[in-house]
Design a protein around this ligand. Sequence first.
Ligand SMILES: [Zn+2]
Length: 365
Amino acid sequence: MFVLSLPFMVNAADGQNVAHEKRQRVVVLDPGHGGSRPGKAVGKIYEKTLNLDVALEVKSQLAKKMPGLVVYLTRSCDSMYDANRDVDNRMRAEFANRKGADLTIGIHANAHENTAARGSEVWILSLNDKVLNYNKQKANRFADEGDYIDIENIDRSSMGFMLALARQLDNEPRNRNFARVLCNNFKTIGLHDRGVHDNVVWTLLYYLEGPGALVETGYMSNPEELKYLASDKGKKEVASAISDAIVYFIKGLDAAGEYASASVESSSAGQPVAEVSQSKATTDASGKGYTIQLISSQTKVNVNDSQFKSYRGRVMLVEGSGSWKYKYCYGSYATAEEAKRDLAEVRKSFKDAYVVRYEAGKLVK
Ligand SMILES: [Zn+2]
């Protein structure tokens, strides 16, 4: 009990963390990469440059849309904080924390070996099993070292990881609301919406004290999309989708006194929910037949993860090859024709879903 109150006492004593009702709202934009870490590159076009161009444009749009808002960039030229990627991203998060950011947005662009891949997506730190376990493991490891707490390095103690978890729990609904609004805005400007993703621990998002999200604006590996992303029109439109979402989010914080309202949650929950007969749902891929692939992932995902939408808990894992080898699928059908009958319904929730064949837990070409 004594231990738990300690960090809050420290904060209260110096008066720095006392809530100021009328303090200015702060947004931090983090153009990903920079310096010797260009991010993705296609020909002479570097992701670090696109990210910075978009961030600068977001900042200038916000100056008009919300003049009272204080906007910081983690970098405003071709620079980085540290050559080590994790250290670099952590320092960007710490920059945002020092500024007291009400919202932090990492700006990135995507690439994939399949040049047809396209669209924008928004990542948030979710409290799925992976993140919870990560926190738990860290907390346990440091707890093993004894009860001693080094107040100078509080974030490296078991206490630090428990505080991180408390913060993450607190921020999660706001992160998700922001991400949903932003995805909708991307859809409005004509980008293919790849949705909200939340099954990876990003260093930037993990260390943020306030709400945050990481944006992948589009695919540089897709020639058509790259042309758009690198154009003035594309940069302006992508920036306006982001700046509009920021304005919406900050207004929500103001309206709620402190925190974003939950109104977005209910509006996006109004999406059509797939009505597929429960009887076809199976989570066992040990047999053989046809199934509908919803998503593929580089890492294992909990079948109850919210990204499976109405198919939560009813997906099965089929293993393919390559780095995106974990295929999450719905249903089991004797023939491809039967599977195709359900495909249209599934595509209401997963636009890129398609029918695959499996046998004994593996994908069959
Ligand atoms: Zn990137």
